[in-house]
Design a protein around this ligand. Structure first.
Ligand SMILES: [Zn+2]
Ligand SMILES: [Zn+2]
Length: 352
């Protein structure tokens, strides 16, 4: 199969032939039709996440935001057949559905969690073998195209689960979104669709302009003014829900300080090597205002039904977030450019 291969950290990806993946008895082999390029790929490519124990064996094929068509089906698979169009959520059950979290439908926090493009070769290659296919795949409605679907398995579903299931955003609430990368823009779009008033926060005016197109009712440029004060003024007291969609100390603390009393802080972005998972928080403010701190990771596959119903009827349009469609050859250049936070919206590989 053709793949954009990572041969060493921080080195340009090399497009070349790689061995096809092997079919597992309970898995499928997919022909990948589209794959989104994510900041997570950049973290993996730079070796930024070695502190959380991720050290990829080389050569490696990245990519955890893909969709495609089932080509081969293992003998134990009951739900899928050759030719089915599917999305592959990145937060996958690896235990075979026997851990207590999978048993209760929370596949996204499985004790044996698998992430494609990390635990096994992913969507920067033309073929991917997905294990435990009965629980780890989601059917893609015919009306949803592959490019639109590519990012749904990561940033879009992560925002949906965080906003709808974890923070439980309600119509009419003020929602502040700190950081307008892929996950933040998805959060703006989804919270708006659920009836919230969304304020987008970033340091780049082009990202804020895009957030407005996606439904933000107000924007704050955090390079020009302090976000918590600006949000307190816009909302007369602070946001009901505030989201750190980036995972650096500044956006996380700023998000907590943007809340009104009894507000909920939603943490979606994981931290980088600078924070290594530790960010000091204003604990007294959290007590005095009765704030809640909520984490969110990916989305369990069974929740896709709710999100896809909104996509099918046009209430959510994940394709709007896609700013660039590229051939496999350009994947390495886009990945390398993410160090400067210069990319706007989502870039999708659509030609293999
Ligand atoms: Zn991703
Ligand atoms: Zn499990």
């Amino acid at each position: 199969m053709r793949a954009a291969v990572m041969e060493a950290l921080n080195q340009p990806l090399v497009v070349r032939d790689m061995p096809d993946p092997t079919l597992a008895p309970d898995g499928v082999v997919l022909r990948v039709e589209a794959n989104g390029i994510c900041r997570t790929d950049w973290h993996l490519w730079t070796g930024d996440w070695t502190w959380i124990g991720i050290q990829l064996p080389m050569p490696h094929v990245l990519g955890h935001e893909f969709c495609g068509v089932v080509e081969e089906v293992g003998p134990q698979v009951t739900r899928w057949k050759k030719g089915d169009r599917v999305i592959v959520p990145f937060s996958q059950a690896g235990c075979g559905s026997v851990c207590e979290f999978c048993q209760s439908g929370h596949f996204n926090v499985c004790d044996g969690q698998l992430v494609p493009g990390v635990a096994y070769w992913g969507g920067f290659g033309r073929r991917v073998a997905v294990p435990h296919a009965d629980v780890n795949l989601v059917g893609l409605p015919d009306s949803v195209g592959f490019v639109d679907a590519a990012s749904m398995g990561c940033r879009f579903m992560t925002s949906f689960h965080g906003i709808a299931d974890q923070a439980r955003v309600e119509a009419g609430e003020w929602v502040a979104v700190h950081g307008c990368g892929g996950v933040g823009l998805a959060a703006v779009h989804i919270a708006t669709a659920l009836g919230a008033n969304v304020i987008a926060v970033d340091v780049a005016d082009d990202k804020l302009a895009f957030a407005k197109e996606l439904g933000a009712v107000a924007t704050v440029n955090a390079a020009k003014e302090a976000a918590p004060g600006a949000i307190a003024e816009l909302t007369r007291g602070g946001a009901h829900v505030s989201i750190d969609a980036l995972g650096i100390a500044q956006t996380c603390v700023s998000s907590v300080l943007s809340l009104r009393k009894r507000g909920r802080h939603l943490q979606i972005g994981l931290t980088s090597s600078a924070e290594q998972g530790m960010i000091p928080l204003p604990i007294d403010v959290i007590v005095l205002k009765e704030l809640q701190i909520i984490g969110s990771l990916g989305m369990p596959a069974p929740r896709f039904g709710a999100m896809l119903r909104m996509v099918e009827r046009g209430k959510l349009t994940p394709g709007k977030l896609v700013h660039r469609k590229i051939p496999l050859e350009d994947a390495g250049t886009v990945l390398a450019s993410m160090g400067g936070y210069g990319t706007v919206g989502v870039t999708v590989i659509e030609k293999y």
